[in-house]
Design a protein around this ligand. Structure first.
Ligand code: SAH
Length: 250
């Protein structure tokens, strides 16, 4: 079926910087699937599961370039490797979780490739903050709730939570599980209610997906009772309880 589409050719010596979505292989784009089938080398992150890598051509070389737990694969090292592989005339697929330009350092890799004159293509993927939450039934916007949404990294100690809190009713936090207690406290200090709904979704879109529904005031204790491990996407705001209305048939 995909063969009937005129998808772009993946030439030797080119790098495709491609998002793989939040995990469910069904959420890959057709470009990503096409690239998986045609790549000679796939340089992938920790979040790319075996179901997705299993779609690669059986002769393709898989290279793990994950940065989990701080054991990197430095960013410079990954970019240099992409350049070397492309210069060796390989079709290089750089496969990243979610979207390569959403907290994915995709642009840094694109810049490194451009600097070395390596031709490349960027292919968007479904970001965890949209597709992962949708897999849990949570919309990031709803006409009755919000006209704007913030996507924030929870990783950065310098984030101005008061400004974000004032800017948007719904806040989607990537990489926030470790610092959830500080983040919730900062949002409450900025004037958000202790009762404000929070959802923590781990392994979103995968069979192992787990959802914890809580509030800003209770999320730390709830997570202590029910520990969850990354990757976790966190949503704060009035869209979090909406999936329950589906169950009630409202
Ligand atoms: N580029 C990615 C984000 C990379 S940062 C994207 O667009 O989705 C890594 C963070 O993404 C994780 O710490 C987590 O917050 C989130 N994430 C990625 N995949 C996820 C998944 N399946 N379930 C929950 N969170 C996920």
């Amino acid at each position: 079926m995909i063969e009937s589409l005129s998808l772009p050719e993946f030439p030797a010596g080119h790098v495709w910087l491609c998002g793989a979505g939040p995990g469910d292989p069904g959420l890959l784009t057709l470009h990503a699937l096409h690239a998986l089938r045609h790549a000679d080398v796939i340089v992938h992150d920790a979040l790319i599961g075996s179901d997705i890598l299993g779609l690669a051509d059986s002769n393709a070389t898989l290279i793990y370039a994950g940065k989990r737990g701080g054991q990197s694969a430095s960013q410079g090292g990954i970019s240099a490797q992409l350049v070397t592989l492309a210069k060796a005339d390989k079709r290089v697929l750089r496969l990243k979780g979610g979207d390569p330009f959403m907290f994915g350092r995709g642009f840094e890799e694109a810049e490194a490739l451009a600097k070395c004159g390596i031709p490349f293509r960027v292919i968007s993927g479904i970001s965890a903050g949209i597709g992962g939450l949708a897999a849990a039934g949570i919309p990031v916007t709803h006409r009755d709730v919000n006209t704007a949404v913030s996507f924030v990294t929870g990783h950065d100690a310098d984030t101005d939570w008061a400004a974000i809190s004032a800017a948007t009713p719904v806040i989607v936090i990537y990489m926030g599980l470790k610092r959830i207690a500080q983040i919730a406290a900062a949002l409450i200090a900025a004037g958000r209610s202790m009762e404000e709904p929070v959802a923590v979704v781990t392994n979103a879109s995968l069979p192992s997906q787990k959802i914890l529904e809580s509030t800003l005031g209770a999320v730390e204790t709830d997570l202590a009772k029910t520990p969850m491990s990354p990757p976790a996407i966190i949503c704060v705001g009035g869209t979090v309880p909406l999936p329950r209305s589906l169950l009630r048939g409202e």
